[in-house]
Design a binder for this molecule. Structure first.
Ligand SMILES: [Zn+2]
Ligand SMILES: [Zn+2]
Length: 126
């Protein structure tokens, strides 16, 4: 796997913040080994660390955990180059409180991230 093909993505999405529970823009950065989601309202950052990456026939499923989740999973598409097959595809993102995944629809290459930690910015401490 060529790590160099993974780019940093940065985009905004209005959603219910898992931390301050208000509707706010959530900035999502996809780094080679981690995902960081920052709430524009309260400044809380959620860090997810890459747990595994593999080509899988089965999509990652978070369904089992749904009963324990307080918030809906965020699902959306982002066009990007797949680090596995090299095609530009509409990658499928899923982010929940506890885990995140990115799946390439062309080759089924999946990256699974698990929740690691919260950190808060200066804005939060005000
Ligand atoms: Zn927030
Ligand atoms: Zn692919």
């Amino acid at each position: 796997m060529d790590e160099g093909l993974i780019r940093q993505w940065d985009f905004d999405r209005g959603a219910l913040c898992f931390h301050c529970r208000s509707e706010a823009v959530q900035r999502i950065e996809v780094l080679p080994k981690a995902i960081v989601v920052t709430c524009a309202d309260c400044g809380a950052e959620r860090h997810y660390e890459l747990e595994s990456s593999q080509v899988t026939k089965q999509r990652p499923r978070f369904d089992r955990d749904t009963s324990r989740l307080r918030y809906d999973a965020w699902k959306f598409l982002r066009e990007a180059r797949c680090p596995h097959c090299g095609n530009r595809t509409r990658n499928e993102f899923t982010i929940t409180e506890q885990a995140a995944s990115i799946v390439c629809p062309a080759c089924s290459f999946s990256r699974i991230y698990t929740f690691h930690a919260y950190s808060t910015s200066k804005r939060w401490s005000l």
